[in-house]
Design a protein. Structure first.
Lengths: 120, 193
């Protein structure tokens, strides 16, 4: 969901309706894989690369591959305001900002290899 | 007679939440109150899983459980099927919120509220000779806003109406049909779950 819609005055409303869609409050993870890792709904998890890590609340869903995580948030690369209180994990904290790795959609398909574990 | 009803085509809904936002804007509901909501559901298990977006809200039932439990007669049903709440009579007991099987009621400032089918728009529109569900000025805000033409509104007592045609030409169901509430909110769905 684009928080820019309607400018800042609309952010609270857009945030509220966005929360009706799975994944806006955390990281989407395959439900079966999450169960294997002992991760339940709303559990805090740590997603890490060798260089960085982010914490997120788990959103177990069936409609995602067991070897894949989905972070909807992409904040932090630019000098744009980020509502940190949303506790929405940002893929940009994990993915390297590199024009060579940025696709023609404008980073709409950023990918990075990560590890996943239940946070303490 | 007239019986106003909503029809949601689940094959077309993309879950964009525009109806929810439009409802909040049109009715000025406070944060956390969503008279029109869209559920994001999954059916099945990976890899045989399907996702469905399901608009919900007050179903304006033929036999409203909320009305039967209202001790102050604030909740009533109009001749055209719309279930209303009179804020001057509501005492905020929330019996209706507990009785509603669709979780469609919200308390605001101590009073029960819910989707009104944008009754003010319907009444003002029909007074001008406009047709709800056809003329946007007389149609609920959520229906007007739907980018996918998934939401429809009209008179199911009129066999020639838009909603009657949709129900005649498509498979459809109503939520919690077994409870006997007679919801006036129909879902079009012709696919296996």
């Amino acid at each position: 969901m684009q928080y820019a819609w309607g400018a800042n005055v609309g952010m609270q409303l857009i945030k509220e309706v966005a929360d009706n869609i799975a994944g806006h409050r955390g990281v989407i993870v395959n439900k079966g894989r999450a169960a294997e890792l002992g991760i339940g709904e709303d559990d805090w998890v740590e997603i890490a690369t060798p260089k960085a890590s982010v914490r997120a609340r788990a959103v177990p869903r069936q409609g995602i591959r067991p070897d894949t995580l989905l972070l909807l948030g992409q904040f932090g690369h630019w000098a744009t305001p980020v509502a940190k209180d949303f506790q929405m994990p940002s893929l940009n904290q994990l993915a390297t900002m590199s024009l060579e790795l940025t696709d023609a959609t404008g980073s709409g398909a950023d990918l990075v290899r990560v590890s996943l574990r239940k946070a303490a | 007679m007239t019986r106003w009803a909503m029809v949601a085509d689940l094959r077309r809904c993309v879950g964009c939440q525009t109806c929810t936002a439009a409802c909040k804007q049109a009715n000025a509901t406070p944060p956390g109150v969503q008279w029109r909501r869209v559920l994001d559901l999954e059916v099945g298990e990976y890899p045989a899983v399907k996702r469905a977006f399901v608009p919900v809200g007050c179903m304006h039932c033929d036999e409203p459980p909320c009305m039967a439990v209202c001790p102050s007669t604030a909740t009533r049903k109009r001749a055209d099927g719309i279930v209303t709440v009179d804020p001057d009579l509501c005492i905020g007991c929330a019996y209706c919120a507990v009785a509603c099987p669709y979780e469609a009621r919200y308390k605001i400032d101590g009073l029960a509220t819910k989707c009104t089918f944008c009754v003010e728009r319907i009444d003002a529109g029909t007074a001008k000779g406009l047709k709800p569900g056809v003329d946007p000025e007389a149609t609920p805000a959520c229906v007007n806003s739907c980018i996918a033409k998934a939401l429809h509104f009209g008179d199911t007592d009129d066999p020639a109406s838009n909603v009657s045609r949709l129900l005649a030409e498509n498979q459809h169901f109503r939520m919690h049909e077994d409870l006997g509430t007679g919801p006036n909110f129909h879902y079009l769905w012709d696919r296996a779950p």
